[in-house]
Write a protein that binds this ligand. Structure first.
Ligand code: FAD
Length: 418
């Protein structure tokens, strides 16, 4: 069957108009930007600080806005074996009472191409790496970038690694994540990530034991996303890899000591204590857990420029707009960033008579980056702010405000008109 979303074909560019783009960071933002810029006909080299691209994190929900981007980049076939299609999203009170639900059974036939899919982050990242490589993107690991140097005329940006190696480009894209140092280094100002007061326990469970318990088996047999909302905390879960794995995230007040790293070991006992008195199914699930890590949740957003006036570097992804994960949209925003940047760079002059160092081309590049920045700042600011509001709404204590929230959630129409 023909794909519902048009797959973007790789643009052919005159070599004189082909940018050499260096991307710092092979996370979801960096890889998405790499695919999009390669599709726009440019030469792309991704530099990753880690020694290899390995499994980090757990589940990722990809919502319809960003799943369209992935399809447009030609990833549908590669992703299909790894994705789970949740049929419903349930909102549940902390003691187990159902608040409301969103039914996804019919949404895709009504709005073709709009998947809502759940992935293991490692599967998603691997498919992005494969697609990028197919498009000619070069990826180098063990390249920790310390700074970016811009030539006097502003046309060359050089990524300088901590070990002294250097890579020259016509454009450097910084995608080094929420704790990355490039934003501070390049903008010459200190904008550290802001603690949100929450942390996330991220658990991955095998579904073997769950399937034996009738109270838990339905979570596996009917793919679904569940949100339990309670005082100062909430829990989210869904299956991954066609039902082999179960992803659970607990969002609770941050108790990681100031001096410690932002990710540390957690324990089953402390999770059980935090969720005492909640829906008994949560306790059952937590007792199936062997080991867990907890991650401090920080956000990052400021009114600073994401692009340098020379047009030689630009930032995207969590490095400039990290949000609380309460709208499941951080990676989605990163994919949208990549799509918009690639689109802007596909409009650069493309003719053998043009040289990429000519004033016309350099001005067009600056303009492309300013359009990118303008479009993406407005959108991502809204998502970061909305994530903060969600923190307040999801963590309400029982009382009139919580009752009002639940009433409003019940007003969202469902396809069956329940
Ligand atoms: P990162 O993934 O942090 O990647 C940055 C990369 O840069 C890393 O590979 C790092 O090693 C590399 N790097 C850093 N410094 C350097 C350097 N100096 N030189 C070279 N390389 C460097 N989003 C969703 O859309 N849906 C969800 O369901 C969802 N759930 C989430 C649940 C939790 C608990 C959390 C914490 C986040 C969730 N997110 C979700 C958000 C999503 O994971 C992030 O927004 C996204 O992964 C950010 O990608 P990034 O590439 O910008 O940053």
């Amino acid at each position: 069957m023909a794909p519902l979303i048009h797959i973007k074909q790789q643009q052919t560019r005159s070599p004189s108009c082909q940018l050499q783009i260096i991307i710092v960071g092979a996370g979801l933002a960096g890889l998405g930007a790499a695919i999009s810029c390669a599709l726009a006909g440019h030469l792309v080299h991704v530099l990753e600080g880690a020694t290899e691209i390995k499994e980090v994190g757990a589940g990722i929900q990809v919502l319809p806005n960003s799943s369209r981007v992935l399809q447009h980049w030609g990833l549908e076939k590669a992703l299909t074996p790894y994705m789970t299609y949740p049929r419903v999203c349930n909102f549940i009170g902390w003691k187990g009472n159902k608040i409301s639900h969103l039914d996804f059974h019919e949404s895709e036939s009504k709005y073709p191409g709009t998947w809502y899919r759940d992935f293991h982050r490692a599967d998603l990242q691997r498919c992005l790496v494969e697609r990028a490589t197919e498009l000619g993107v070069q990826i180098t690991c063990n390249a920790r970038i310390r700074t970016v140097r811009v030539s006097e005329d502003g046309t060359i940006a050089t990524a300088v690694a901590a070990d002294g190696r250097e890579w020259d480009g016509d454009l450097v894209i910084g995608a080094d994540g929420v704790f990355g140092k490039l934003t501070e280094e390049l903008l010459g100002r200190s904008d550290p990530p802001v603690k949100t007061g929450d942390l996330a326990y991220r658990l991955l469970l095998s579904t073997e034991e769950m399937k034996k318990d009738p109270e838990l088996a339905d979570f596996v047999n009917t793919p679904q996303v569940n949100y339990w909302l309670g005082p100062d905390a909430h829990a989210v879960n869904y299956v991954l890899r066609g039902g082999d794995l179960f992803n659970m995230v607990l969002l609770v007040p941050d108790d990681i000591p100031e001096a410690q790293a932002s990710t540390i070991e957690g324990s089953v006992e402390e999770m059980c204590a935090l969720f005492e008195g909640w829906d008994p199914r949560i306790q059952k699930l937590l007792k199936l857990c062997q080991s867990v890590q907890k991650w401090r949740l920080c956000i990052r957003f400021g009114e600073f420029d994401w692009a340098h006036e020379s047009g030689s570097w630009v930032m995207l992804g969590d490095a400039v707009h990290a949000t609380l994960p309460y709208l499941a949209s951080g990676a989605g925003m990163a994919f949208e960033d990549g799509a918009v940047l690639g689109e802007c760079l596909s409009r650069l002059p493309n003719h053998p008579n043009f040289s990429k160092s000519s004033p016309e081309f350099v001005n067009a590049k600056k303009h492309a980056l300013s359009v990118f920045q303008h479009c993406r700042k407005v959108r991502t600011k809204m998502v970061v702010e909305r994530g903060n509001i969600q923190q307040y709404l999801y963590h309400l204590h029982d009382g009139p405000e919580q009752e009002e929230r639940d009433r409003k959630m019940q007003m969202v129409p469902t396809p069956e008109g329940e």
